[in-house]
Design a protein. Structure first.
Length: 79
């Protein structure tokens, strides 16, 4: 029942994944936010050069609420 669920989503889907995988995919972050019954999701911990819009689109496949992207200086008001 979180107002804002902040989670990393930095797995790049490498062709040769490491086992065990250390980072979540954006879709997995969305699943976690859904399971937590979060109202909003904030994705964080991106690899340099990654297209954040792609991560948001992937998270939206598993999370129906608003999806924010963390960036340096981001401030989010909480109720």
């Amino acid at each position: 029942d979180a107002d804002l669920f902040i989670v990393e989503a930095s797995d790049r889907g490498q062709a040769d994944p490491v086992d065990p995988r250390m980072h979540m995919r954006a879709s997995e972050a969305g699943e976690a936010a859904t399971a937590a019954e979060a109202r909003r999701l904030m994705l964080t911990h991106f690899w340099p050069g990654n297209d954040r819009a792609v991560h948001v689109a992937q998270a939206a496949t598993t999370f129906a609420g608003p999806i924010l992207v963390a960036d340096e200086g981001t401030v989010v008001a909480l109720p």
